[in-house]
Design a protein around this ligand. Sequence first.
Ligand SMILES: [Ca+2]
Ligand SMILES: [Ca+2]
Length: 495
Amino acid sequence: MKKILILFLLVSLLFGCAPKKEATNNNGSVYYEIFVASFHDSDGDGVGDLNGIIEKLDYLQDLGISGIWLMPIHPSNTYHKYDVLDYMAIDESYGTIEDFKVLVQEAKKHNIDIIIDLVLNHTSSKHPWFKEAKDAVMNDTCDTTNKCEYYHFSESIKKGYTRIHDQLFYEAVFWSEMPDLNLANQDVRKEIESIVDFWLDLGVKGFRLDAPYHYFDHNTGLNNEFLAWLTTYVKSKREDAFMVGEVWADQQTVLNHFESGLDSFFDFASSNTDGRIVSALRSKNGHVLSQYLADYYNAIKNMNEEAISSIFLSNHDQGRSAAFFLDEQQRKLAASIYLLAPAMPFVYYGEEIGMLGSGRDENKRLAMVWGEGKDAKSPKDADYTEEFNSSVKEQLKDKNSLLNHYKKVIHLRNQYLDIQNVKIQAYLFKNKHLCAIEYIHENKTVMVVHNLSGETIVDELAGYKIVDQVVLSEKATIQQDQLTIAPYSTVILNK
Ligand SMILES: [Ca+2]
Ligand SMILES: [Ca+2]
């Protein structure tokens, strides 16, 4: 009997009851970026809030996303909240820590992770640390008990410094009211450890790091030392944490930051109206785009096997992507390309309904158009006047809407693209208007093909069969080793 029991235990351990590796969302699931104030207002005061997000979790799950990036939620003196007053609290207008706990729990029930914006390059000038530091420096009372070393003070003016008086300046690269933290300081790092602990304990999956390129004034080596330290610390607390950094710089500089070991960085080179995706769509050159996406994926893997790029069309600092194309089919194709790329796609809220907004930053962060008669109010300094009339409510009913296109493509990604243990390769058709990427696994290969042109293309293709597709006009077919694909369409194949 005892022997049988032991045998049973052994078999169980080997085949069933052994601790299952948790499915992580770090590898290829779709994230959704939210500016909380503009997303959804739950209590009618006009300001979007955490409870508003909770009310929209069904919508987000239906869209197919697996993670949310919340732009800063901490108390702040500005509408955008990138000048933090208290890293361990929630801005009153957004809700409470209790609301946040509920958000994390409810999101989990919807299989959605939450990452929060972590703004470490600078604090608000009204943050207690800076007030204490500035007072001590001004009164010449700096010692080990106050915060003088938390920031960079100087007796002479330097680039990026703000004047207190003729003999005293402090570093504030972005704005006088956002003094740069001294991230080399061990006490500052202790504070950061406490902040990270606080939010991980509340259940966040990880962090979106604001402005790491500016941590040490564009010094990649020093930035990477800090990022490596932070990564090690965060992973020691939560092994499956996910962190993505915003290095808004040229592609090589972004790539160099992967040496830090951080999970991901945003691929700015692919984004925006002059980025790789939009440029490829304009030139209709699919070869260049597929080669870029595969090469960049592989270059990152060479630096860090665990890392992955985060790809997006536009974010809160850029003009809305719907304006990149007047043609609805091209708009849809741009979405298909990045949502089916070998990277982590980040959808900026409202992008899925084609919201517009450009010019001053407030215009890029307008209220989400739900069409329910009680949308949040847009930032008060927004001056964007172009009418946008097609709400979530309307687009859900229209099977050809941009929103339903996003849903379809995200679900295709979730269903067919597995980017764990995969080899990524560009597939070059004869016709250069086709952009194709192969996802090669041990016993199967999946290929995504987009037609970047406005013409139907017929090209040679042997060995593959069609498994699914995004039909914008005609359905794609394969007959006698010839793939026929309609304008701006996407097809998923396997072999
Ligand atoms: Ca509210
Ligand atoms: Ca800095």
